[in-house]
Design a protein around this ligand. Structure first.
Ligand code: NAD
Length: 356
């Protein structure tokens, strides 16, 4: 029987509650699909500051590196807000991405049919089965480029630099092409090539690589146009690939189309199989410990883990189907609608388990 080791980074706030539900669902799924999962818990964020004096202790990095994949809840909370920068819980997140070489961030923007009403976008614009995958470069570009401050004739200035090598562009674009091949075979590369030299190199690289993927329909879009098109006609997109800063903004915009922060999963991938999977929401301190958080984003993160790191496609699909089915009748308070059964965080986890 195949055996996988998962590093479990529950984190702070609602992190432990939602990760517990995802583990329950993964255990049931493993049993059904004939593989075994072993968990290796480790601290990150505020809890790590309490236990080790830093948000990302070396032992956590070591445990993640020796695992097949990492499942993370969320970090942060008022208790640690006054920590110096670099020692705040959130710096643990940046640290783990760097330590594991996670250069590709995958953010699906999916609308489950039963939740269509929660979207701020009109029904006829969303259409049926909206499913976009945004692939964002995560370890390069302006967030990591040269920066500084100076003074010109007594006037203070500041600058940040957007710099991408062909190697960095190729590796993220390849992830996107490979995903497009498994999905609708349509790739939109987003840049600002009318203004930025780094975008022109990005575009040239995409065009060159497109020859390796003749089945994929490729188009280029300026980032300002893409921001409009996402709300004007989101159905036109299948896979979107873009730089760190553009992806940061566009993936948040796309996630709002789905209408509920408690539903959105994400994956961050390295060049190997190792990936880090987490919901896009934070630690929601306002509802922590009340057993009312929506665990579905974390459960869907496990589905992504099965598909993208562990090669258990069918098991991942089974979880996504179970979540979709659960939404027809059961809702946590954040997505509650009249006529549905209101359930707690743990009851939602239990119900999804029954549908696997
Ligand atoms: P948040 O995402 O934690 O919460 C925003 C709102 O959404 C809150 O009202 C919260 O109750 C609600 N919400 C979030 N997840 C939910 C869920 N699963 N079910 C039901 N409701 C949910 O963002 P915030 O309030 O801006 O930040 C809180 C803390 O989380 C801060 O310390 C912040 O730095 C941290 N944070 C962490 C991450 C991460 O771990 N990846 C991401 C964003 C923010």
């Amino acid at each position: 029987m195949k055996q996988y080791k998962i590093a479990l980074l529950k984190g702070d706030g609602i992190g432990p509650e939602i990760v517990e539900q995802a583990v329950k669902v993964l255990d049931v799924t493993a049993k059904k699909f004939g593989f075994a999962v072993e968990y290796d818990p480790a601290d990150i964020g505020g809890i790590a500051i309490d236990n080790y004096g830093e948000p990302l202790p070396q032992i956590t990095i070591d445990k993640c590196k020796s695992s097949d994949s990492v499942l993370l809840g969320a970090v942060g909370g008022a208790k640690w807000d006054n920590q110096p920068s670099g020692k705040r819980p959130e710096s643990g997140l940046l640290g783990i991405r760097g330590a594991l070489g996670l250069f590709a961030n995958l953010r699906p923007a999916v609308i489950f049919e039963p939740l269509k009403k929660a979207s701020p976008i009109k029904d006829d614009i969303i259409g049926d089965n909206l499913d976009i995958m945004i692939v964002r470069e995560l370890t390069g570009g302006i967030y990591f480029g040269e920066r500084g401050r100076g003074e010109d004739d007594g006037m203070p200035y500041a600058y940040d630099t957007e710099k991408y090598s062909v190697y960095e562009i190729e590796r993220i674009v390849r992830v996107a092409f490979d995903l497009a091949m498994k999905r609708g075979k349509k790739l939109t590369s987003v840049d600002k090539a009318n203004v930025l030299e780094s975008s022109r190199l990005w575009r040239e690289t995409v065009n060159r690589m497109a020859k390796e993927y003749p089945e994929v329909e490729v188009n280029h879009m300026y980032v300002d146009n893409c921001a409009m098109q996402l709300v004007r006609n989101p159905k036109q997109f299948d896979v979107i690939v873009t730089s760190n800063i553009f992806g940061d903004i566009l993936s948040d915009e796309a996630s709002m189309i789905s209408g509920s922060i408690g539903m959105l999963a994400s994956a961050s991938l390295s060049s190997g199989k190792l990936g880090l999977y987490e919901p896009i929401h934070g630690s929601a301190p306002d509802i922590a410990g009340k057993n009312i958080a929506n665990p579905l984003a974390t459960i869907l993160s496990v589905a992504m883990m099965l598909k993208y790191s562990l090669g258990e496609q069918q098991a991942g699909q089974a979880i996504e189907n179970a979540v979709s089915k659960a939404l027809e009748t059961h809702r946590t308070p954040d997505i509650y609608e009249d006529g549905k059964i209101k359930v707690s965080c743990s009851e939602m986890g239990d119900y999804v388990c029954t549908l696997i």
